[in-house]
Ligand binder design. Structure first.
Ligand SMILES: Nc1ncnc2c1ncn2[C@@H]1O[C@H](COP(=O)(O)OP(=O)(O)OP(=O)(O)O)[C@@H](O)[C@H]1O
Ligand SMILES: [Mg+2]
Length: 247
Protein backbone atom coordinates (compact mmCIF):
# COMPACT_ATOMS: atom_id res chain seq x y z
CA UNK A 1 0.00 0.00 0.00
CA UNK A 2 1.43 3.43 -0.88
CA UNK A 3 2.60 5.47 2.10
CA UNK A 4 0.68 8.71 2.54
CA UNK A 5 1.32 11.67 4.79
CA UNK A 6 -0.39 11.40 8.16
CA UNK A 7 -3.39 13.51 7.19
CA UNK A 8 -4.28 11.32 4.22
CA UNK A 9 -7.23 9.10 5.12
CA UNK A 10 -6.57 5.37 5.08
CA UNK A 11 -10.16 4.78 3.91
CA UNK A 12 -11.96 7.21 1.62
CA UNK A 13 -15.56 6.65 0.72
CA UNK A 14 -16.72 8.73 -2.21
CA UNK A 15 -20.41 9.03 -2.95
CA UNK A 16 -21.33 5.40 -2.55
CA UNK A 17 -24.81 4.08 -3.08
CA UNK A 18 -25.83 0.46 -2.67
CA UNK A 19 -28.98 -0.96 -4.17
CA UNK A 20 -30.15 -4.55 -3.89
CA UNK A 21 -32.49 -5.40 -6.76
CA UNK A 22 -35.26 -7.74 -5.65
CA UNK A 23 -38.03 -9.23 -7.79
CA UNK A 24 -40.46 -6.34 -7.83
CA UNK A 25 -38.61 -3.61 -5.94
CA UNK A 26 -35.14 -2.26 -5.31
CA UNK A 27 -33.87 -1.89 -1.76
CA UNK A 28 -31.67 1.17 -1.36
CA UNK A 29 -29.43 0.12 1.55
CA UNK A 30 -26.96 3.06 1.33
CA UNK A 31 -27.91 6.39 -0.14
CA UNK A 32 -24.97 8.72 -0.62
CA UNK A 33 -22.18 7.98 1.76
CA UNK A 34 -19.04 10.11 1.99
CA UNK A 35 -16.58 9.34 4.73
CA UNK A 36 -12.87 9.64 5.51
CA UNK A 37 -11.31 7.36 8.09
CA UNK A 38 -7.76 7.94 9.35
CA UNK A 39 -5.00 5.57 10.33
CA UNK A 40 -5.23 4.49 13.95
CA UNK A 41 -8.87 5.49 14.38
CA UNK A 42 -11.28 3.20 16.17
CA UNK A 43 -14.39 4.11 14.23
CA UNK A 44 -17.82 2.82 15.18
CA UNK A 45 -20.59 2.48 12.60
CA UNK A 46 -23.67 2.80 14.78
CA UNK A 47 -27.38 2.44 14.08
CA UNK A 48 -30.52 0.40 14.55
CA UNK A 49 -31.24 -2.87 12.80
CA UNK A 50 -31.64 -2.36 9.06
CA UNK A 51 -29.94 1.06 9.01
CA UNK A 52 -27.23 -0.20 6.63
CA UNK A 53 -24.29 -0.86 8.98
CA UNK A 54 -23.28 -4.26 7.62
CA UNK A 55 -23.87 -3.10 4.07
CA UNK A 56 -21.47 -0.20 4.66
CA UNK A 57 -18.87 -2.48 6.26
CA UNK A 58 -19.14 -4.86 3.29
CA UNK A 59 -18.43 -2.01 0.86
CA UNK A 60 -15.52 -0.68 2.97
CA UNK A 61 -13.91 -4.11 3.18
CA UNK A 62 -14.44 -4.84 -0.51
CA UNK A 63 -16.76 -7.78 0.18
CA UNK A 64 -19.37 -6.21 -2.11
CA UNK A 65 -19.19 -3.61 -4.84
CA UNK A 66 -21.21 -0.41 -4.47
CA UNK A 67 -23.84 0.36 -7.12
CA UNK A 68 -22.30 3.82 -7.47
CA UNK A 69 -19.26 5.58 -6.08
CA UNK A 70 -15.96 4.15 -4.93
CA UNK A 71 -14.08 3.11 -1.79
CA UNK A 72 -10.33 3.79 -1.66
CA UNK A 73 -7.98 2.14 0.80
CA UNK A 74 -4.52 3.75 0.93
CA UNK A 75 -5.43 5.41 -2.36
CA UNK A 76 -6.29 2.09 -4.07
CA UNK A 77 -9.80 2.09 -5.61
CA UNK A 78 -10.86 -1.25 -4.15
CA UNK A 79 -14.39 -1.03 -5.56
CA UNK A 80 -12.86 -1.25 -9.03
CA UNK A 81 -10.28 -3.99 -8.49
CA UNK A 82 -10.83 -7.31 -10.25
CA UNK A 83 -11.79 -10.11 -7.83
CA UNK A 84 -8.37 -11.77 -7.75
CA UNK A 85 -6.47 -8.57 -7.02
CA UNK A 86 -9.05 -7.66 -4.41
CA UNK A 87 -8.62 -10.99 -2.62
CA UNK A 88 -4.85 -10.50 -2.54
CA UNK A 89 -5.31 -6.93 -1.29
CA UNK A 90 -7.62 -8.07 1.51
CA UNK A 91 -5.18 -10.77 2.51
CA UNK A 92 -2.36 -8.22 2.82
CA UNK A 93 -4.14 -5.35 4.49
CA UNK A 94 -7.37 -6.44 6.16
CA UNK A 95 -8.48 -8.58 9.11
CA UNK A 96 -11.99 -9.59 10.18
CA UNK A 97 -13.66 -10.41 13.48
CA UNK A 98 -17.10 -12.01 13.05
CA UNK A 99 -20.12 -12.12 15.34
CA UNK A 100 -20.33 -15.91 14.96
CA UNK A 101 -16.51 -16.29 15.39
CA UNK A 102 -16.26 -18.30 12.13
CA UNK A 103 -13.53 -20.65 13.35
CA UNK A 104 -13.16 -23.84 11.32
CA UNK A 105 -14.61 -26.66 13.44
CA UNK A 106 -12.08 -29.33 12.51
CA UNK A 107 -9.00 -27.21 13.23
CA UNK A 108 -7.53 -26.54 16.68
CA UNK A 109 -7.29 -23.02 18.10
CA UNK A 110 -3.63 -22.85 17.03
CA UNK A 111 -4.38 -24.09 13.50
CA UNK A 112 -7.28 -21.64 13.14
CA UNK A 113 -5.21 -18.68 14.25
CA UNK A 114 -2.31 -19.71 11.98
CA UNK A 115 -4.55 -19.91 8.89
CA UNK A 116 -3.96 -16.36 7.55
CA UNK A 117 -0.20 -17.03 7.67
CA UNK A 118 -0.70 -20.30 5.79
CA UNK A 119 -2.40 -18.31 3.00
CA UNK A 120 0.76 -16.20 2.90
CA UNK A 121 2.85 -19.32 2.37
CA UNK A 122 4.56 -19.44 5.78
CA UNK A 123 5.80 -22.93 6.78
CA UNK A 124 3.69 -24.80 9.35
CA UNK A 125 6.14 -24.79 12.23
CA UNK A 126 6.82 -21.08 11.97
CA UNK A 127 3.18 -20.03 11.60
CA UNK A 128 2.01 -22.24 14.47
CA UNK A 129 4.70 -20.82 16.75
CA UNK A 130 3.41 -17.30 16.01
CA UNK A 131 -0.20 -18.48 16.47
CA UNK A 132 0.61 -19.93 19.89
CA UNK A 133 2.19 -16.62 20.90
CA UNK A 134 -0.92 -14.74 19.76
CA UNK A 135 -3.16 -17.16 21.67
CA UNK A 136 -1.11 -16.57 24.82
CA UNK A 137 -1.53 -12.82 24.36
CA UNK A 138 -5.32 -13.19 24.28
CA UNK A 139 -5.26 -15.35 27.41
CA UNK A 140 -5.70 -18.76 25.76
CA UNK A 141 -2.39 -20.39 26.68
CA UNK A 142 -4.40 -23.27 28.18
CA UNK A 143 -6.53 -23.83 25.05
CA UNK A 144 -3.94 -24.09 22.27
CA UNK A 145 -4.99 -27.54 21.08
CA UNK A 146 -8.70 -27.29 21.75
CA UNK A 147 -11.25 -27.40 18.96
CA UNK A 148 -13.85 -24.59 18.70
CA UNK A 149 -16.59 -26.88 20.07
CA UNK A 150 -14.46 -27.34 23.22
CA UNK A 151 -14.25 -23.60 23.88
CA UNK A 152 -16.73 -21.06 25.28
CA UNK A 153 -18.08 -18.26 23.10
CA UNK A 154 -15.75 -15.73 24.71
CA UNK A 155 -12.76 -18.05 24.20
CA UNK A 156 -13.72 -18.61 20.56
CA UNK A 157 -13.91 -14.87 20.02
CA UNK A 158 -10.47 -14.37 21.61
CA UNK A 159 -9.16 -16.90 19.11
CA UNK A 160 -11.04 -14.96 16.40
CA UNK A 161 -9.23 -11.79 17.50
CA UNK A 162 -5.85 -13.57 17.51
CA UNK A 163 -6.60 -14.75 13.95
CA UNK A 164 -7.64 -11.25 12.79
CA UNK A 165 -4.52 -9.56 14.18
CA UNK A 166 -1.90 -12.21 13.46
CA UNK A 167 -0.89 -10.67 10.12
CA UNK A 168 -0.75 -7.15 11.64
CA UNK A 169 -3.32 -5.87 9.14
CA UNK A 170 -3.71 -2.13 8.54
CA UNK A 171 -7.46 -2.35 9.11
CA UNK A 172 -9.60 -4.75 11.15
CA UNK A 173 -13.33 -4.91 10.47
CA UNK A 174 -15.59 -6.19 13.24
CA UNK A 175 -19.38 -6.61 12.72
CA UNK A 176 -21.08 -6.97 16.12
CA UNK A 177 -18.06 -8.90 17.51
CA UNK A 178 -19.65 -9.28 20.93
CA UNK A 179 -23.23 -9.77 19.76
CA UNK A 180 -23.36 -13.26 21.27
CA UNK A 181 -21.50 -12.53 24.51
CA UNK A 182 -22.41 -11.30 28.03
CA UNK A 183 -21.44 -7.81 29.17
CA UNK A 184 -18.33 -8.78 31.20
CA UNK A 185 -16.95 -10.78 28.26
CA UNK A 186 -17.89 -7.93 25.90
CA UNK A 187 -15.71 -5.54 27.91
CA UNK A 188 -12.77 -7.97 27.81
CA UNK A 189 -13.10 -8.52 24.07
CA UNK A 190 -13.40 -4.79 23.32
CA UNK A 191 -10.39 -3.98 25.45
CA UNK A 192 -8.43 -6.64 23.64
CA UNK A 193 -9.35 -5.30 20.18
CA UNK A 194 -8.66 -1.68 21.17
CA UNK A 195 -5.42 -2.66 22.95
CA UNK A 196 -3.97 -4.33 19.84
CA UNK A 197 -5.10 -1.46 17.64
CA UNK A 198 -3.55 1.24 19.83
CA UNK A 199 -0.29 -0.62 20.19
CA UNK A 200 0.25 -1.01 16.45
CA UNK A 201 -1.74 2.06 15.30
CA UNK A 202 -4.19 -0.07 13.40
CA UNK A 203 -7.53 1.17 12.19
CA UNK A 204 -10.67 -0.52 13.51
CA UNK A 205 -14.11 -0.37 11.93
CA UNK A 206 -16.57 -1.57 14.52
CA UNK A 207 -20.22 -2.15 13.64
CA UNK A 208 -22.73 -2.19 16.48
CA UNK A 209 -26.20 -1.16 17.62
CA UNK A 210 -25.05 -1.11 21.27
CA UNK A 211 -24.19 2.32 22.80
CA UNK A 212 -21.90 0.64 25.37
CA UNK A 213 -19.74 -0.76 22.59
CA UNK A 214 -19.75 2.54 20.73
CA UNK A 215 -18.18 4.11 23.81
CA UNK A 216 -14.94 2.22 23.11
CA UNK A 217 -14.51 4.02 19.80
CA UNK A 218 -12.73 7.31 19.06
CA UNK A 219 -15.48 8.27 16.72
CA UNK A 220 -19.10 7.28 16.16
CA UNK A 221 -20.68 7.50 12.71
CA UNK A 222 -24.43 7.10 13.01
CA UNK A 223 -26.57 5.71 10.21
CA UNK A 224 -30.31 5.99 9.76
CA UNK A 225 -31.96 4.50 6.66
CA UNK A 226 -28.70 4.24 4.75
CA UNK A 227 -27.55 7.80 5.44
CA UNK A 228 -24.98 9.30 7.83
CA UNK A 229 -26.88 11.50 10.26
CA UNK A 230 -24.02 12.29 12.66
CA UNK A 231 -20.26 11.83 12.93
CA UNK A 232 -18.84 12.61 16.35
CA UNK A 233 -15.66 12.12 18.37
CA UNK A 234 -16.05 10.44 21.73
CA UNK A 235 -14.64 12.21 24.83
CA UNK A 236 -11.64 9.85 25.19
CA UNK A 237 -10.74 9.94 21.52
CA UNK A 238 -7.01 9.19 21.15
CA UNK A 239 -6.51 10.05 17.52
CA UNK A 240 -5.96 13.57 16.32
CA UNK A 241 -6.80 13.82 12.61
CA UNK A 242 -9.73 15.82 11.44
CA UNK A 243 -12.63 13.36 11.33
CA UNK A 244 -14.98 15.53 9.33
CA UNK A 245 -17.13 13.65 6.93
CA UNK A 246 -16.15 14.72 3.44
CA UNK A 247 -19.15 16.06 1.62
N1 LIG B 1 -28.46 -9.05 0.05
C1 LIG B 1 -29.50 -8.23 0.26
N2 LIG B 1 -30.56 -8.23 -0.57
C2 LIG B 1 -31.59 -7.37 -0.36
N3 LIG B 1 -31.65 -6.48 0.63
C3 LIG B 1 -30.63 -6.43 1.49
C4 LIG B 1 -29.49 -7.30 1.36
N4 LIG B 1 -28.62 -7.02 2.36
C5 LIG B 1 -29.19 -6.04 3.08
N5 LIG B 1 -30.38 -5.67 2.57
C6 LIG B 1 -31.28 -4.62 3.08
O1 LIG B 1 -30.53 -3.45 3.27
C7 LIG B 1 -30.88 -2.78 4.47
C8 LIG B 1 -29.67 -2.63 5.37
O2 LIG B 1 -29.27 -3.93 5.81
P1 LIG B 1 -28.00 -4.17 6.74
O3 LIG B 1 -27.79 -5.63 6.82
O4 LIG B 1 -26.87 -3.34 6.24
O5 LIG B 1 -28.51 -3.57 8.13
P2 LIG B 1 -27.78 -3.53 9.54
O6 LIG B 1 -27.76 -2.10 9.97
O7 LIG B 1 -26.49 -4.25 9.49
O8 LIG B 1 -28.83 -4.31 10.47
P3 LIG B 1 -28.58 -5.37 11.70
O9 LIG B 1 -28.26 -4.53 12.90
O10 LIG B 1 -29.91 -6.03 11.83
O11 LIG B 1 -27.48 -6.30 11.32
C9 LIG B 1 -32.00 -3.60 5.08
O12 LIG B 1 -33.22 -3.01 4.73
C10 LIG B 1 -31.84 -4.96 4.43
O13 LIG B 1 -33.08 -5.60 4.31
MG1 LIG C 1 -25.78 -6.05 10.36
Amino acid sequence: MPQYPREQPIIEVKNIRKEYPLEDETVVALKRINLNIYRGEICCIFGTSGSGKSTLLNQLAGMEKPTRGCVYIGGVPISRLPEEELAAFRQRHIGFVFQAYNLLPNLTATENVALPLMFRGMPQEQREAIARKMLCRVGLAHRLDHFPSQMSGGQQQRAGIARAFITRPDIVFADEPTGNLDSATTAEIMEMICGFARKFRQTIILVTHDPEMAAYADRVVKLIDGEIVSDERTPHSQTSPNPQTAR
